[in-house]
Design a protein around this ligand. Structure first.
Ligand code: NDP
Length: 242
């Protein structure tokens, strides 16, 4: 079978890097788009070993995102799997959330998905194949005090994924969102709660690891998940069940 190209945004570390590692391990060529000018050591290794590449870009900026996607398409021809994973969070009370917080969070978490997907989805629809996975969050369904803008942005990701599924489905392009719970990365490290706060809500009795999410993402990209689209798939250790 022809080697697939998987493009992951925010793949320099955390969940995105685990996705990059998983897809590469399964034989895919991995392309990473990330804000950092230079790849992390592991991102550099995984892109090189899989035959992919690293492109620095800010997904929140349309021209920059389109430039990076164009370079990726010129280099590799086609993106089979798009993982819109880059995201940011800021812990603030509702009343303390500033206009700048709201703009920064929505520009990366929501607008970033439009910026990267627009130039890729057209070629997927023309080829009548392709898979899109958007990293949303449990917070997009549940809500979490001190994360109002983040949770609102992730609810938006869940909804825009459903629209992608409806608009792209007739062209055999599937789109699903992932809703991780508390996954140990830099982002969750910034949360103002001790691990026990989350653990007592988690039936499986441990917090998540980036590879817990990456494994589900990989499954959703495969033929085995061919009849799944428009879903918001929880990876929370049971913390939420709807
Ligand atoms: P990290 O903060 O560990 O990693 C985020 C990555 O995204 C970094 O590599 C970062 O780049 C990159 N990034 C940030 N902003 C931009 C941008 N404007 N353009 C391009 N790349 C950018 O976060 P996680 O791995 O934890 O999160 C990954 C996704 O999972 C996010 O969408 C997050 O909301 C979601 N999520 C995470 C959960 C968790 O508990 N960790 C729970 C639920 C959802 P750089 O290294 O240069 O800063």
């Amino acid at each position: 079978m022809k080697k697939r190209t998987a493009l992951v945004t925010g793949g320099n570390r955390g969940i995105g890097l685990a996705m990059a590692n998983k897809f590469a391990k399964e034989g895919d060529r991995v392309v990473i788009l990330d804000l950092s000018a230079e790849p992390s050591e592991e991102a550099s290794r995984v892109t090189e070993e899989s035959g992919g590449a690293y492109f620095a870009c800010d997904v929140a900026k349309q021209a920059d995102a389109e430039r990076a996607v164009r370079e990726a398409l010129e280099t590799f021809g086609f993106v089979d799997v798009l993982l819109n994973n880059a995201g940011i969070s800021r812990w603030r009370s509702f009343l303390d959330t500033t206009e700048e917080d709201i703009d920064a969070i929505f520009n990366v978490n929501v607008k970033g998905i439009y910026n990267v997907t627009r130039p890729i989805a057209g070629s997927m629809m023309a080829a009548k194949k392709g898979v899109i996975l958007n990293t949303a969050s449990m917070g997009g369904k549940w809500g979490q005090p001190l994360e109002s803008a983040y949770c609102a942005s992730k609810a938006a990701v869940i909804e825009l994924t459903k629209i992608m599924a409806m608009e792209f489905g007739p062209y055999n392009v599937r789109a699903n969102s992932l809703c991780p719970g508390i996954i140990k990365t830099n982002m969750s490290h910034d949360a103002p709660h001790a691990d026990d706060f989350w653990l007592e809500k988690t039936p499986l009795g441990r917090l998540g690891r980036p590879d817990d999410v990456a494994d589900v993402a990989y499954f959703l990209s495969t033929h085995e998940a061919r009849y799944m689209t428009g879903q918001a798939v929880n990876v929370t250790g049971g913390m939420i069940m709807y």
